[in-house]
Structure formats: structure tokens, C-alpha cells
Design a protein around this ligand. Sequence first.
Ligand SMILES: C[S@@+](CC[C@H](N)C(=O)[O-])C[C@H]1O[C@@H](n2cnc3c(N)ncnc32)[C@H](O)[C@@H]1O
Length: 290
Amino acid sequence: MSRPELQAPPEIFYDDTEARKYTSSSRIMEIQAQLSERAIELLALPDDDVPRLLLDIGCGSGLSGETLSEYGHQWIGLDISESMLNIAREREVEGDLILGDMGQGLGLRPGVIDGAISISAVQWLCNADKSSHEPRLRLKAFFGCLYRCLARGARAVLQVYPENIAQRELILSFAMRAGFAGGVVVDYPHSSKSRKEYLVLTCGPPSLSSATPKAKGEDGESCSEDDSSADEENPTVCISDRHRPRKKQKVNKKGKGRNWVLKKKEQMRKKGNVVPPDTKYTARKRKARF
Ligand SMILES: C[S@@+](CC[C@H](N)C(=O)[O-])C[C@H]1O[C@@H](n2cnc3c(N)ncnc32)[C@H](O)[C@@H]1O
């Protein structure tokens, strides 16, 4: 079965039938509850029994939000599928529900949210479902609004199913551009079934509290983003630190050359950009016309 994101836009894929099917599957209920519990753990809210106001992005029929209620928190849930929200209402979830598209912003006042979770939803932003959709602009709008509505120092934990590494990097890069500090926690990296990825983001400048938490797995070790081979072979935790100093670009006096251009084009393709194919004319020397 292909990924739901590739089958139809979310508001169409999660129609009345699918929304009901989703919410009546005991397997899905169990998995979503486990993912939500882990997201709450990664939110690392103060252990003081004070209820917090949390945001559940792509809340669906309220499975993830129910876990927030179990932990005693108030929550606001946003989803693009009316059918999913109807079921959430039917199930009398405790959260306040908003029908909306996270790719167009969140419509919340600045600094009012104490923490945000999103379970299995944000990867949907990487698809262009309408001719007006540009995934990069939608990611920018989403992360910009998320950053603004969170209180300084608050965290957002987004569990995602990126289609590939480039998609994960794309999502993370827009989070970093919006101002978040943090990175990706990969739980059970060696298990194809249990492997789960969480973007753990902190609002505000980096501090001790914005350090990326440890992942769950067999060995519990961590690896840094610089060690990209380790990411493939032993990806226990991957930390992407936006405050790493930028490398200075080496510029050859004779120009950048064909190899440089080919490498750049390959990088752009990996980021999901449409890049013209490489031909014998790529990076050819042009005559000065004037
Ligand atoms: C797999 S469901 C997860 C629902 C819920 N978080 C849970 O754990 O059961 C993904 C949800 O993301 C929602 N979604 C996808 N794209 C969205 C968007 N652009 N804005 C808001 N919600 C979106 C879908 O409608 C769907 O309800």
C-alpha cells in the first residue's frame, strides 16, 4: 500500500469512511498513543503537576490529544480534515478543535502555547496537492507561525514519517530557519518496524534545555550531524545544530568549474528541487558576448 500522502490531499484522503476506519482500528489507536506518550516525554515539561496549554497539530480524530488529556493538559487541536474533526467531536475529546491547514499558518496569538506536538502529520506538507501549493512556502508559513505562538523556551515535538532523508532535511531546515534550535531524535534506529523520528525543537536561543534528548534504542549512543556515514549505519540520534558556524566556500580563481556545478545540481536534486539534466553542455565555457 503506498503512503497516504501520495494517494490524495489530506482533507480528501481522510473522508468520512477513512476517518472512521482510522479511529476504529485498535492497532492504530495503540501506535498513536505510544507515539504521543513519547512526544510528551520529549516535550520535557516541568514536573510540577501544573496543566499546560498544548497544541496538537494534525490532531485528526483526537487520538494523540487524548493522551495529552490523560496527562492532565489542556489542548487545542488543528486539522484540515472535517471528517476527522467530526469524529473527534463525536468522541467528545476534551481539546478545542480548529479546522485549518497548517501550511497556511496556525491562527494563534503569539507566545500563548506552552508546548506543541504533532503525530504523523507534518510530512504531508512536503506534497503539492494544488497548483498553488509550494511545499517550501508552506513549510515556511507553518514553522514561522509555530515559532511565534510558542512561549520562549517552549518545545515542539513533531513525529514525522519523511519519505527519504532529503525530505527530513527539508523539514528540519525550515524549522531551523524559523529560529528553532534542536534536532532529530531517532528511536530504535536499527529496527525497520519500530524506528521512529521526532523533530525536537526549542523556541528561542539555544541553551542547555535545547540540547537534543537521547533516543531509545539498543545502544543509546548519539552521533553528530557531521558524521553523515554514521547517520546511515548507526543512526541512534542525529543532532542538527543550527548554530554550527558556516563553512567558508572555496572559490577557485578560474571559476567554479564543471565538477562544482555537477555537485551543486546533485545537492539541489536531493533537496527535491527540479534541476535540468546533466549534459555535455553543463557548465560549458561561454564566450563573452559583449
Ligand atoms: C495519520 S493522521 C494522525 C492524526 C492524529 N495526530 C493521531 O495521532 O491520530 C494525520 C493527520 O494530519 C492531518 N493533516 C495533514 N495535512 C494537514 C494540514 N496541512 N493541516 C492540518 N492537518 C493536516 C490529516 O488530516 C490527519 O488527520
